[in-house]
Design a protein around this ligand. Sequence first.
Ligand code: NAD
Ligand code: ZN
Ligand code: ZN
Length: 345
Amino acid sequence: MKALVYQGPGKKALEDRPMPEVSAPTDAVVRITRTTICGTDLHILKGDVPTCEPGRILGHEGVGIVEKVGAGVSTFKPGDHVLISCISACGKCEYCRKGMYSHCTTGGWILGNRIDGTQAEYVRIPHADTSLYRIPEGADEEALVMLSDILPTGFECGVLNGKVQPGDTVAIVGAGPIGLAALLTAQFYSPAEIIMIDLDDNRLAVSKSFGATATVNSANGKAAEAVMKMTNGRGVDTAIEAVGVPATFVICEDIVAPGGTIANVGVHGVKVDLHLERLWSQNITITTRLVDTVTTPMLLKTVQSKKIDPKRLITHRFKLSNILDAYDTFGKAASTHALKVVIEA
Ligand SMILES: NC(=O)c1ccc[n+]([C@@H]2O[C@H](COP(=O)([O-])OP(=O)(O)OC[C@H]3O[C@@H](n4cnc5c(N)ncnc54)[C@H](O)[C@@H]3O)[C@@H](O)[C@H]2O)c1
Ligand SMILES: [Zn+2]
Ligand SMILES: [Zn+2]
């Protein structure tokens, strides 16, 4: 089968690989119909993710059709259409029993990281009963690719941890796919204001069409001043960090209102200053989270009932044979205006 393989920092190739097999009774092998590329795949290609070794098939998102199941899989059978979660979960360990699937002792984020992933014709899914979701008949499967990772990430790490409430003022720093997913799902709770902050005017324009009430381009280094002015010096109830660099976390520290919450979503590679000399008295909360994908069944219902339309995040489509072009387009988002690229296998 064809598969996109990480060959070490800066190197990747479309290779011929053997078909994956059921190796544990709880495994399923899924024929991928659609997958996509995540910003995290670009981090891996830069060499930022040491757990992902050269030779690994990348990808942790996708939908497909069950090809084979192990003897211990009771929920799925060959032919079932399934959504693949970026997080694999045994459902039995201490963390899974708390709903903290991201820290499953034999799962978590392993797909396209510690084990071969979804940017291929077939993928082996461990703990299939608790890591796959049945796709309802007639669903738009392309839209559901957005539910493998970005929608639950924006919602769980940003909106739920950020405790967005009706009437709140929310700021989201970073208008990439994750920030936009937080923007879409924050609207479940009817906040009064959602301010999007980014360096990219195209992404800010997209944010407006997705429901942002105001946008700020932070290129001049004065985003915090702009937000404080917009909020009459009060700041925001929830500041969602969806970039993963020190400057954007510091913006969140500068704009959080007394009693507010900073919900970190970004993956940080270097240390960030925490200004407790100012914040100690502000009754704020800071949260961090690796997406658990516990809200995937709920999000599936909101997509099915058209409460949200994640298909709007898809800007480009490619065949698996052209996945290198897909990486090129996704990697040059500023000039290609790419958000999510769908790859058809
Ligand atoms: N916590 C989790 O479980 C989890 C899961 C998936 C992804 N993530 C992380 O979420 C973050 C966002 O992911 P994404 O795919 O949307 O990334 P992305 O790179 O596509 O988007 C980031 C956005 O931030 C903007 N940006 C960069 N520097 C900025 C700055 N100084 N000020 C304002 N905006 C700036 C960019 O223009 C871009 O639009 C990443 O760090 C990613 O690794 C976390
Ligand atoms: Zn991802
Ligand atoms: Zn577990």
